[in-house]
Design a protein around this ligand. Structure first.
Ligand SMILES: NC(=O)CC[C@H](N)C(=O)O
Length: 536
C-alpha cells in the first residue's frame, strides 16, 4: 500500500534533523515519558523537535485536527514538543480487539482487522516504507525527531519483521538509548542482555542506557554503572529518580491492570465540605480511560476503577468508559451484576455517566454487524438511544455547549447513535440544536471523549452530580486541566535536564551514532526459517 506522506511545511530547510530512538528493556520501562521529557527539554532550548513512534499498540488514542487517529502517548509527546500532533508521528496504531487480533489504523484511518499471526507474517513489513517515509518527512521539517521504540528491541522472534525498534533505527541510522526500570530490578542484566541479544549491526547503534525510576542514593548505583561500562563499552546517559504522578497517557489499557487502582492527578483537600467518590467500571477493552484523569484533577474528587457491584454502593458518580468491545462490555456488566447495580442507581436518581462505548451500552438496542458481529443486542435501557455500528469510523474534534458551558471533545467510534427522547440533549451547538448524547434523570451519555477536560463544563457537571448525590461537594473555582498538563510536561523536561547528561544526549542527537561501539557476544541467534514470521 502506498500512503502519501505530507507534513506542515515549516519553512525549515537544510539537512534532515537529528534523531534518537528511545528503546526499553521491557514494556512500561518509561520510554513514553523519557521521550516526552527529551522533547520538552529540547523545545525549551529552542530546538524544533517532534516525537515519533512507528507503531503503537494501544486503546488510548487521540484525534488530530485533520481527523487522524494516533496514540495518546504521541499526542502527549507532541504537546511536550509544543507541536501540533499529526499522523506522521504515529503512522501505525494497533487497537486490540482480543488477545489475538487488532484493528490496524494506518496514517490515522482504520484499514482492517488483522490477527497477530497475519500481521507478523508479512503485513507489518509492507508498512515499513510508510513508516520510514513518515520519519524522513518529520526529519526534513524538524531539527530533531525523538523516536520511541516498543516493548524490547531484543524480541528475537520478531526481529525480522520489526518496524518500530531496531528495524527503523537501522533504516534511519538512529542512535539508540535503552531505558531500564530499576524499580522492577534486574536492570544490569537487562541492559547487558538486551545489548548482547542483538546482531552486530544492531549493536552498533546502541549508544547507551538510561536508568529510570531510581530511589535512593545514586552513589551506591555508580559502581554498577562503571562495571556496565567496562562490560559493554557503553555509558549511562542518566539516572532518573522515581517520580510520582507522572504516568500520563499510558499506552496500554489491556496490559495494565487497573482493578482497584486509584487515579491520582492532584492530591489536595476538597474545596467544599464533602469529597466526591467516582467509580469507573473497568470494562473489557477499556478505551481512553484517560477521560477520567480530568475528574481526578479536581481537589476532593476520588477516582477509582471497580469491577464489583458492591463497589458502586458508596460511589457518588459511576462512569462507564469507552470500550473497543461495546457488546462484550455489556455482557461483562451483566455477568458481574454491575448491570443490575447500574439500573438500580438510575432508578434511584443517582448519577451515571456513559462515555462512547459506555454510552452506547446504556441505550435500548445495539445493531452490531461490525465490531462484535453479534447482530441485534439489547442494551441496558437506561437511555432512549439506539446504536447501529457502521463500517466507517467517526473520527472528529467537535465543539459545543453543555450545562451552559463551552465543551470540546474528540470522537472515535463506529457506532452511530439515534437519540429517541430523554429529558434533554447533553451537548448542543450555539443555537441550542442537539449535537450529541442525552440525559434521563441523573444518567448522562455522550460519544465525546475528553469533554471533562473543558474546565467550566467539568465544574458544572460535578456540581450537578453533587446535587443529585446529596453531597456538599464544591469544585474548586480555578482548576485548569490544561495548566496541570503543562506542569506535568515541564516536570518531565526537568527530570531530563536535572538527571541526564544533556550535553552528551545533545551530541548523540546531533551527530548520530558514535563510532567504535564494541560488539558484545553472543549477538542475535541467526534468523532461521522457524523464526521467520510466516513459518511458525
Ligand atoms: N471509543 C469507544 O468507546 C468506541 C465505542 C465503540 N467500540 C465504537 O466503536 O463505536
Amino acid at each position: 500500500m502506498t500512503v502519501s506522506v505530507t507534513a506542515d511545511r515549516s519553512g525549515r530547510t537544510g539537512p534532515p534533523g537529528g534523531g534518537l530512538l528511545v528503546a526499553g528493556t521491557t514494556s512500561d520501562a518509561g520510554k513514553s515519558v523519557v521521550t516526552a521529557g527529551i522533547c520538552r527539554w529540547l523545545v525549551r532550548k529552542g530546538v524544533k523537535v517532534a516525537p515519533f513512534k512507528a507503531q503503537n499498540m494501544s486503546l488510548n488514542s487521540f484525534v488530530t485536527r485533520d481527523g487522524a487517529e494516533i496514540g495518546r502517548a504521541q499526542a502527549m509527546q507532541a504537546a511536550a514538543a509544543r507541536v501540533e500532533p499529526s499522523a506522521l508521528m504515529n503512522p501505525v496504531l494497533l487497537k486490540p480487539g482480543s488477545d489475538r487480533s487488532s484493528q490496524v489504523v494506518l496514517m490515522g484511518k482504520p484499514v482492517g482487522e488483522l490477527s497477530a499471526r497475519g500481521y507478523h507474517a508479512g503485513r507489518q513489513e509492507q508498512l515499513f516504507g510508510t513508516v520510514t517515509e513518515c520519519l524522513a518527512e518529520l526529519r526534513r521539517t524538524h531539527d530533531a525527531v525523538i523516536c520511541e521504540g516498543a516493548g524490547s528491541p531484543a524480541e528475537i522472534n520478531l526481529r525480522r519483521s520489526d518496524i518500530v525498534n531496531m528495524g527503523i533505527a537501522r533504516a534511519a541510522r538512529l542512535p539508540v538509548v535503552v531505558v531500564g526500570d530499576i524499580d522492577r530490578g534486574g536492570v544490569f542484566a537487562s541492559f547487558f542482555g538486551t545489548t548482547a541479544l542483538l546482531s552486530p549491526e544492531d549493536q552498533e547503534l546502541i549508544a547507551g542506557y538510561v536508568v529510570n525510576k531510581f530511589r535512593g542514593d545514586v552513589s551506591l548505583l555508580e559502581p554498577g554503572l562503571e562495571m556496565l561500562r567496562d562490560l559493554t563499552g557503553r555509558r549511562t546517559f542518566g539516572v532518573l529518580p522515581f517520580a510520582h504522578g507522572l504516568g500520563i497517557d499510558e499506552e496500554d489499557g489491556l496490559r495494565v491492570s487497573l482493578r482497584g487502582a486509584v487515579r491520582e492527578s492532584v492530591v489536595a483537600p476538597p474545596h467544599g465540605a464533602d469529597v466526591l467518590r467516582v467509580a469507573v467500571c473497568a470494562v473489557p477493552l477499556m478505551s481512553n480511560f484517560t477521560d477520567v484523569d480530568a475528574l481526578a484533577a479536581e481537589p476532593g474528587v476520588v477516582v477509582r476503577f471497580v469491577d464489583r457491584p458492591e463497589e458502586l454502593a458508596d460511589a457518588d458518580l459511576v462512569v462507564v468508559p469507552g470500550t473497543r468491545g461495546t457488546v462484550r462490555a455489556l455482557a461483562w456488566l451483566r455477568e458481574r451484576g454491575l448491570a443490575e447495580a447500574l439500573a438500580r442507581r438510575a432508578a434511584e436518581g443517582r448519577p451515571v455517566l456513559g462515555i462512547c462505548g459506555g454510552y452506547q451500552l446504556l441505550g435500548e438496542r445495539i445493531d452490531d454487524d461490525v465490531e462484535s458481529r453479534a447482530g441485534t443486542v439489547e442494551g441496558l435501557g437506561l437511555l432512549p438511544v439506539r446504536v447501529r455500528f457502521a463500517v466507517e469510523k467517526t473520527l472528529a474534534r467537535p465543539v459545543g455547549e453543555a450545562l451552559g458551558e463551552h465543551v470540546e471533545g474528540y470522537e472515535i467510534h463506529h457506532g452511530v447513535a439515534e437519540v429517541l427522547g430523554g429529558d434533554e440533549a447533553f451537548i448542543s451547538d450555539d443555537q441550542g440544536h442537539s449535537l450529541d448524547g442525552c440525559r434521563v434523570g441523573a444518567v448522562w451519555g455522550t460519544h465525546w471523549h475528553g469533554s471533562l477536560e473543558s474546565d467550566g463544563f467539568r465544574r458544572a457537571f460535578l456540581r450537578r452530580v453533587a446535587t443529585a448525590a446529596g453531597r456538599a461537594f464544591v469544585p474548586a473555582p480555578d482548576t485548569s486541566f490544561g495548566a496541570l498538563r503543562e506542569e506535568q510536561l515541564d516536570r518531565l523536561g526537568d527530570l531530563i535536564e536535572e538527571h541526564a547528561d544533556t550535553d552528551a544526549l545533545l551530541r548523540l542527537i546531533e551527530d548520530g551514532v558514535p563510532g567504535g561501539l564494541p560488539f558484545i557476544p553472543p549477538g542475535a541467534p541467526p534468523l532461521t526459517r522457524s523464526l521467520q514470521g510466516g513459518n511458525r
